[in-house]
Design a protein around this ligand. Structure first.
Ligand code: ASP
Length: 340
């Protein structure tokens, strides 16, 4: 009998040990990490030129936007959803040069470019030169997911947007006094020189987002109105996969902002990924190399935001400032505007 009691007790002890091991495992099991980073454009953004009220407005909007993506990621949502929904918030704000706040072309129109890329499949979508699509990043995603193409432009892209039931608005929706005045200023100084500082500073506020979700999938997206006073159907780097946007689960997700012509020529977003993949550089080292050496060597300026497959963040720029924000899996929030 006593043998039976002994055996029974051992069995019970064993069972509870097993449960204990299990609960310790559950406690120490690493929660999959995730991270998100955004930009709202890079350029000559100096504290002395921005009122505290305006600075607070920008910070509040950046915070609102990044928290939308953060919540999606925290709830186990995809990096693609996080990127798209975060960019939607920035597109709907007149503060940034994307969607509602897009700059004016020489002809007095607003022409939007956008792109998105899925790091898991390397699938991508992009739209260029649309005038009536309220949220161009939605169109880029629809092109990626519901068309056999990567990039659509102009009227064809708008027709596709209508067929996809995307939100179409009257062109007057994109009128903002601020941007219209900027066009007049740039036009007035146009005679001075073609590639002068006016041109350099006529493109603030492009928006972008890069995210890593709990499944280890990276995604990046960018949306812009391009450059004030652009003409001849000019298209910048933002809708060009590899230049303004790139994502690859093996390396990183990148969104760029800056003088698009130089970002196209330097194939910035893909170059950062390639430096990581082929040379083993960290995201920070790769971003530094491209933004601080390669782009300025050609005469260009701007910046990038990015996240790698481990959740490491890069926010590199060679301009005075870049609107930016990032959040990690712990919910730590960083918002920056100036160089610091
Ligand atoms: N890269 C954008 C363009 O050249 C502008 C910007 O990022 O501010 O169209």
């Amino acid at each position: 009998m006593s043998r039976f009691i002994l055996a029974f007790c051992s069995f019970i002890i064993c069972l509870s040990c097993k449960n204990e091991t299990k609960s310790i495992e559950a406690l120490t099991a690493k929660e999959p990490t995730f991270a998100i980073v955004i930009h709202g454009g890079a350029g000559t953004i100096l504290k002395k030129n921005i009122t505290p009220e305006k600075e607070a407005l920008y910070k509040a909007k950046l915070e609102e936007a990044i928290k939308v993506g953060y919540q999606i990621l925290k709830n186990g949502g995809s990096s693609l959803d996080a990127v798209q929904k975060t960019i939607n918030v920035l597109e709907d704000s007149p503060l940034f040069n994307a969607g509602k706040g897009a700059v004016f072309t020489n002809a007095g129109t607003n022409e939007h470019d956008a792109s998105i890329m899925d790091g898991k499949t390397l699938n991508a979508g992009a739209s260029a030169g649309t005038k009536t699509v309220k949220n161009p990043i939605d169109l880029a995603r629809a092109i990626m997911e519901h068309s056999p193409h990567v990039m659509l432009s102009g009227e064809g892209a708008e027709q596709f947007a209508t067929e996809q039931d995307l939100h179409i608005v009257d062109t007057s929706y994109f009128y903002t006094e601020n941007r219209f005045n900027s066009l007049q200023k740039v036009k007035a100084s146009e005679q001075v020189a073609f590639y002068d500082d006016t041109i350099k500073d006529s493109k603030f506020g492009t928006v972008g987002c890069a995210a890593l979700d709990k499944n280890g999938n990276l995604a990046a997206g960018t949306s812009t109105g391009g450059m004030t006073n652009k003409r001849w159907g000019r298209i910048g780097d933002s809708p060009i996969i590899g230049a303004g946007t790139y994502a690859n689960n093996n390396t990183c997700a990148i969104s760029c902002t800056g003088w698009g012509e130089f970002f196209i020529r330097s194939v910035v977003a893909h170059d950062i990924s390639a430096l990581m993949e082929y040379k083993g550089l960290s995201i920070e080292e790769a971003a530094k190399e491209v933004i601080q050496n390669k782009v300025p060597a050609l005469g260009g300026d701007g910046g990038i935001i990015g996240v790698d497959k481990h959740g490491n963040i890069a926010m590199e720029f060679n301009t005075a400032g870049m609107y930016r924000a990032t959040m990690n899996a712990n919910g730590d929030l960083y918002i920056g505007i100036y160089g610091e």
